[in-house]
Design a protein around this ligand. Structure first.
Ligand SMILES: [Zn+2]
Length: 641
């Protein structure tokens, strides 16, 4: 049954305002109470025209017909347009996970993108939010216990004051105008999280100025590029609060005024006034275990559909444009991959990106990019910044190289009676010689990625030491061949990791500081950390000692890459990483090595790592010999010069 009517009021309980609210509608002589989320109910004004489709028979209560969450559908009319409101936006999407070694499809996640609706959704959002904050000390949500105590915490817990059960009150940093879209796993294993990511959508910010390259600030830049009414009136309770305050001061003199009362009033007035043709993506947070699977892009795409279809957040004017102000966009291009264009920096230097939802908006953006003297080329912000290294000037050549280990058997230090016995047998002093590498001849070309394999004790590490010694001109015994010659080009800049012998030392600085100090470019530092598999901002600020064994190994690889070597020697690559992480890191490290033109010898004993590295050649070391064989089949990632 369909009925048409008008909104007569709403009721939003203060302490569960996000996930519960009631909309009152008069339609065809009947009074309805529609149960919905407060996040939706709060945007309705008395007099708004609506249409209700009644699915289940309403319950009669105090003269009202009450419709619960699943009992109805609702549309609202705005200037002749019919906007779907309830049930909330929901869409099934798929995300694919590919094998890091073969590129084959491993499996497909079934995901539901939907607006947050239940208390448990907001609890899950708080849990995800803690991965977004740079500081682990900061608490991300406010909670309220049944006795009214309010406290801060990251996850649901009992009240620290009285021990009673608590309910989430607010996600810190969100505004009353914020709405939340979540990506939920449809089918999941026990160990998988229910919610993989969330996107927070707000109205556009009320004011935006841009900073020009000469440092000057150009005011209200959006209004010079797009129609003014696209961004106004925005949600701006602070301005309304100031006005109310001034008004009360004029009326009552300098008496004290309750700020919380004013804030509440300003909030409702601002919600009623907001009516823009834009939206702002204020947050995108993906569960750290799922960051490499394209879920960031998928979350943003789903949010764009939601904004366009439902006119999120305020459900009034048609939406033309979506803005986002994100420092992170400098380091991770996922907004650009979705189709956002970088137009300028705010007065405080943060990049602003826009996505056109309509053809009209696309034209405004294109015109700006073409005509504005300061517009960034093609609206691009992110660029790979690791760059290329100066390649080795020639090959590394082994000519008849042998390495013999000598050890002395000495009876000194043994108990006297045993010395006497050994002397009686004629054993006083003996030299033991053990050949490790015998008469090696091979050549490694500049830019080649070589995987070194062989049994333990076969001489792999010795081989790396000899190359290191030749590159650095070291004359200590263990860095020199016993006979033969190793040529390493004079421009070699070596970075080496041999556990227990040569390892980056971190001290007490944060991982990001460490890498930045070495590479001296912040973008490149973040790029190196991401490629090494440390893509979580919480890890950037962690100290080395706070990392897990596997994270430490990744940090060491990042540290080596940050030295920008043209010759990289790594012993026992990824020994402490689980299989999937090891393959992921191997693939990314191989990518950066190839793109940068680094010559690399990497020892591994793991077949899956060997496959993921996809080396140009494999050097088999064993029984004193070493054999170099071509390996690489795919040439797709070859750097283009
Ligand atoms: Zn309490």
């Amino acid at each position: 049954m369909l009925v048409r009517g008008k909104v007569t009021g709403s009721e939003i309980p203060r302490f569960k305002h996000r996930w519960f609210g009631i909309l009152e509608v008069e339609a065809e002589g009947e009074k309805y109470r529609l149960y919905m989320t407060g996040n939706v109910a709060q945007w309705f004004l008395s007099g708004d025209e609506v249409e209700i489709e009644i699915i289940s028979r309403p319950k009669e209560k105090e003269g009202f017909k009450v419709l619960d969450f699943d009992d109805y559908r609702l549309w609202k009319f705005y200037e002749g347009d019919k906007i779907p409101v309830w049930p909330l936006f929901e869409k099934e999407v798929e995300a694919k996970r590919y094998s890091p070694l073969t590129g084959e499809l491993l499996y497909t996640y079934k995901i539901r993108a939907r607006e947050a609706k239940y208390e448990s959704d907001f609890e899950a959002i708080a849990e995800l939010e803690q991965y977004h904050y740079a500081s682990q000390k900061e608490k991300v949500a406010l909670w309220r216990c049944e006795n009214g105590h309010i406290f801060e915490a990251n996850t649901k817990q009992n009240c620290p004051i009285c021990g009673a059960e608590s309910h989430i009150l607010e996600i810190k940093g969100s505004t009353p105008a914020s709405r939340f879209l979540i990506l939920e796993l449809v089918e999941r294993e026990e160990y998988e999280p229910r919610i993989l990511s969330y996107v927070r959508v707000d109205p556009p910010i009320p004011l935006m100025h841009r900073r020009l390259p000469n440092g000057k600030v150009e005011k209200n830049i959006r209004e010079k590029v797009f129609p003014e009414e696209w961004f106004h009136p925005a949600f701006w309770p602070e301005r309304i609060m100031r006005e109310l305050y001034e008004e009360l001061k004029r009326k009552y003199g300098k008496k004290r005024i309750a700020r919380s009362y004013l804030w509440e009033k300003a909030k409702w007035k601002a919600l009623a006034e907001t009516n823009t043709a834009g939206a702002r993506i204020a947050r995108v947070v993906v569960h750290p275990d799922y960051r490499s699977d394209g879920l960031g892009q998928l979350s943003v795409k789903s949010a764009l559909d939601w904004i366009a279809e439902r006119r999120i957040p305020e459900m009034r004017k048609r939406k033309h444009i979506v803005e986002t102000i994100a420092q992170m966009a400098r380091y991770n291009p996922f907004f650009e991959k979705v189709g956002f264009k970088f137009l300028w920096e705010t007065a405080s230097g943060r990049p602003v990106l826009f996505y056109p939802l309509t053809e009209e908006a696309r034209e405004y953006i294109e015109r700006f990019l073409k005509e504005d003297p300061y517009a960034p080329e093609d609206g691009r912000l992110w660029r790979p910044s690791y760059g290329r290294v100066e390649p080795l000037k020639g090959p590394i050549v082994f000519k008849n190289v042998s390495k013999v280990f000598e050890s002395e058997l000495d009876i000194k230090g043994l108990p006297e009676e045993i010395q006497e016995l050994l002397k009686a047998f004629g054993v006083r002093h003996r030299v033991i010689q053990r050949p490790v590498l015998r008469n090696l001849n091979f050549e490694i070309k500049p830019g080649e990625l070589i995987a070194v394999v062989g049994a333990s004790g076969a001489g792999k590490t010795t081989l790396l030491r000899l190359i290191l010694g030749s590159a650095n001109g070291w004359w200590e015994e263990r860095f020199r061949p016993t006979s033969g010659e190793i040529d390493v080009p004079e421009n070699a800049k070596v970075s080496v990791m041999i556990p227990g012998e040569f390892e980056p030392s971190f001290g007490s600085e944060s991982i990001l500081e460490h890498v930045y100090r070495k590479i001296k470019d912040l973008n490149a530092a973040v790029e190196v950390l991401n490629r090494a598999g440390l893509s979580d901002a919480v890890l950037y600020r962690a100290k080395y000692s706070e990392l897990s064994t596997g994270q430490k190994e990744r940090a060491k690889i990042a540290s080596l890459l940050a030295e920008k070597p043209n010759l990289l020697l790594i012993d026992e690559f990824s020994a402490h990483l689980d299989t999937l992480t090891a393959m992921r890191v191997a693939k990314k490290v191989a990518e950066i090595i190839r793109e940068a033109g680094i010559t690399a010898l990497i020892i591994t004993h793991r077949p899956e790592v060997l496959k993921a590295l996809d080396p140009d050649k494999v050097l088999f070391v064993g029984y004193g010999t070493a054999k170099l064989e071509a390996h690489r089949k795919s040439k797709k990632a070859e750097p283009s010069q």
